[in-house]
Ligand binder design. Structure first.
Ligand code: ADP
Ligand code: MG
Length: 688
């Protein structure tokens, strides 16, 4: 047996040591992160071809004896080389469109039998095959892997290279799962799995692999989920040990709250508040995620939680992703609680330096109880006197690091409540966010009527404008939203501006405003205020209105180029209407550029109003997309597993990983694999 340092060396050898891979090929493969032998071994085919006579796919083998060749004239005037073969049931023509004169004629000997592989078609009863590959008898009925390749590289080159990598390196690949787990699930070893995925013995096997059902593939899926859960379980274990603050919640306080509430809380809101109260009362640091559909009333829950912290002599902070939303929270807070009993302050990027200095000073002196704000809150010179609770609104818009920065502003660690309207299915949430407790507000405030959603083509814009006009005539408000992914995008901004002009002309007797990210914040504020107060009837806007904006009398949400928005974004936008007891409408207008997936999204929007349902569909349409996007995952990337499709296995892996951690085994192989998966980073989903 070789010493282990040697093992590593083989796997770490550059792919340039493989035959056929020169400097140029290595450079282009490095763009696929294929650097060394180990990478090559883990570079799995994306599909297979079976070299067979009776193939189910387009390609197949026909065998025949070579007879003669001719040149024929193609329609475009070019000559085509045509080789004639005699088979058991007639003739076969092999056609070469652009050939050099030395190729392929010398290959073929008259009277000799050849197996020709390629795309077979039938021309006037003669089977023809273009540029066939010649297959030796011993390769008939074998399965060949096909790899995703950078341009300029041949499958044959990469096949040879992978084969060589397996020969020299596969024995050095260490098992990554404990034996008892391999046994429990009847998984093959890692070496066997990799070998059979590269070179399945039968076409049945290759089909099973492609449908992800083959044990060799299943073990890769499981392994990935197991490691993901190991990370999470380990994190949770470390996490539980944090000691926080124990808050008291007095009857008196609750009665007071009840008195000042502008509405009666829904039973879902009350249930979630009780869950938060229990957490806050517990000395363990609260770490709770509140999931609730758009408009379910998460804000008030945040406010009451923040007030509890204040009643206990601590400060609170509420962070929101946009200035518009932070301001709205501030205004609403003052509306409900006034500004005497609890001193609340707003900080955003657009506050003057002087105002900021004042806030910082008072914050440090404990003269501010609740600081609401945007990213400006994160700055290191925002120092609290005694921070007790952090609320993160629209938490999916913040990264792990940002949440961490907030938590570090308190000592002992403040409690944390995260809120999101972009839910993920519960089983998934419990696993992925296993370091969080989860509450769900699954009820809308009373009297809400679900918005009616309809899909229109661009050419029907005037129809939509006429429908909206009827609402405007009743003094209801309308949003028109345009995609502006990047606020500096001139073309998109121009489109929004042109539509604004069109709409203004169309609605001659209405007031129309244009809101976009390049406006100064007081311009934005006054536009939104005007819209809220009915001074403006129609607000044409880029996506700055997306999250959280609450303007109850608005009943129409018209989304142009709706195909350019993601499903959760569309749902968020629709959530801007339907916030009162008026019937509201969401009109999705799509352009010709709509893709099939875009169409599916629109269909889902028309069919469903439920954010959880839409989140599920979204996951299916996108795969895991943003769940493991850069912001949330901090390094974990799933290659094989699909957390939607593999949810059962996710559950198994979750239980197994927890037990594994509890058993406290010190397994260096697993530690090493974890490091590989994490790319050296040690932050991942969760609070960080
Ligand atoms: P979201 O969950 O999307 O953040 P909000 O907290 O903004 O929703 O609430 C949406 C609207 O519903 C707001 O106008 C809010 O004042 C109102 N609201 C919240 N809870 C209730 C309730 N229990 N009864 C009536 N209206 C409510
Ligand atoms: Mg909200």
């Amino acid at each position: 047996m070789k010493p282990s340092s040697n093992n590593k060396e083989i796997l770490k050898r550059s792919i340039e040591t493989l035959k056929g891979i020169g400097e140029k090929a290595a450079t282009s493969l490095s763009k696929y992160n294929l650097i060394n032998i180990y990478d090559m071994i883990y570079f799995l085919p994306f599909r297979y071809e079976v070299l067979s006579h009776n193939s189910e796919s387009d390609n197949g083998i026909i065998s025949g004896t070579y007879e003669s060749h001719t040149y024929i004239n193609a329609k475009n005037g070019k000559k085509v080389l045509r080789l004639l073969f005699r088979s058991d049931d007639g003739f076969i023509a092999a056609l070469y469109l652009s050939y050099t004169y030395s190729y392929p004629l010398p290959i073929f000997k008259e009277g000799k039998k050849y197996n020709l592989y390629g795309n077979i078609s039938s021309n006037n009863g003669v089977l023809s095959i273009f540029h066939p590959e010649i297959i030796p008898d011993y390769d008939i009925n074998t399965v060949r892997p096909i790899y995703h390749l950078p341009a300029g590289l041949y499958q044959s080159t990469i096949r040879k290279a992978v084969k060589e990598a397996l020969t020299v390196g596969l024995n050095e690949v260490k098992e990554t799962l404990p034996n008892y787990l391999l046994d429990r699930y009847n998984f093959p070893s890692i070496q066997n799995s990799l070998q059979s995925i590269h070179t399945p013995k039968t076409s049945e096997n290759s089909k099973l692999i492609m449908s992800r059902k083959h044990p060799s593939y299943q073990r890769l899926i499981y392994e990935e989920l197991f490691y993901l859960n190991l990370l999470l379980a380990r994190k949770r274990k470390n996490y539980k040990e944090l000691e926080g603050i124990s808050f008291d919640i007095s009857k008196e306080f609750l009665n007071r709250i009840k008195e000042i509430m502008p509405f009666k809380l829904t039973s879902a809101q009350r249930r979630v508040l009780v869950e938060i109260f229990n957490d806050m009362h517990n000395i363990r640091q609260t770490n709770r995620l509140i999931q609730g559909d758009v408009g379910s009333g998460k804000t008030i829950v945040a406010f009451i939680s923040a007030a509890i912290s204040v009643m206990n002599g601590y400060q609170s902070t509420i962070i929101a992703p946009t200035e518009v939303l932070a301001e709205q929270h501030y205004n609403n807070f003052v509306k409900v609680f006034g500004n005497d009993m609890i001193k609340v302050e707003l900080i955003t990027g657009s506050k003057t330096k002087k105002v900021k200095e004042g806030i910082k000073h008072r914050l440090l002196n404990n003269e501010i109880d609740i600081l609401i704000g945007t990213h400006a809150l994160l700055e290191s010179d925002i120092v609290f006197n005694k921070l007790g609770l952090v609320v993160v609104d629209e938490q999916h818009r913040f990264g792990v690091d940002q949440r961490k920065k907030l938590i570090e502003k308190g000592s002992p660690v403040p409690d944390i409540v995260l809120m999101t309207a972009t839910p993920i299915p519960r089983t998934l949430a419990m696993t992925l966010y296993s370091d969080l407790d989860i509450s769900i507000i699954d009820e809308m405030p009373p009297g809400r009527i679900q918005p009616i959603t309809e899909h229109y083509r661009e050419s029907d814009l005037n129809k939509v404008l006429d429908k909206v006009k009827l609402l405007l005539d009743k003094k209801e408000g309308a949003f028109f939203v345009y995609p502006l992914i990047d606020e500096s995008d001139k073309i998109d901004l121009k489109a929004a501006t042109q539509s604004y002009e069109y709409i203004s002309k169309y609605y001659k007797d209405k007031k129309v405003g244009l809101l976009h990210g390049r406006l100064k914040s007081d311009e934005k504020r006054s536009l939104l205020d005007d819209f809220r107060n009915g001074v403006i009837d129609v607000l044409v806007s880029t996506t700055v209105v997306e999250v959280g904006v609450d303007i109850p009398h608005a009943t129409a949400m018209v989304i142009e180029q709706a195909e350019r928005f993601g499903l959760s974004q569309l749902h968020q936008l629709r959530g801007r209407v339907g916030r009162s007891d008026l019937q509201s409408y969401c009109y999705l207008i799509t352009s010709k550029d709509i893709t099939p997936v875009g169409r599916e999204r629109i269909k889902a929007m028309v069919q469903y109003n439920d954010g959880f349902k839409l989140a599920e569909i979204d996951l299916k349409l996108r795969g895991q997309g943003d769940l493991f996007g850069t912001k949330q995952s901090g390094g974990v990337e799933l290659k094989y597993a699909n957390i939607v499709e593999d949810v059962m296995m996710l559950r198994d892996a979750n239980i197994d990983a927890k037990k594994y951690i509890e058993a406290g085994v010190d397994d260096s192989v697993i530690e090493e694999r974890l490091r590989v998966i994490l790319n050296g980073e040690d932050s991942y989903i969760g609070i960080g």
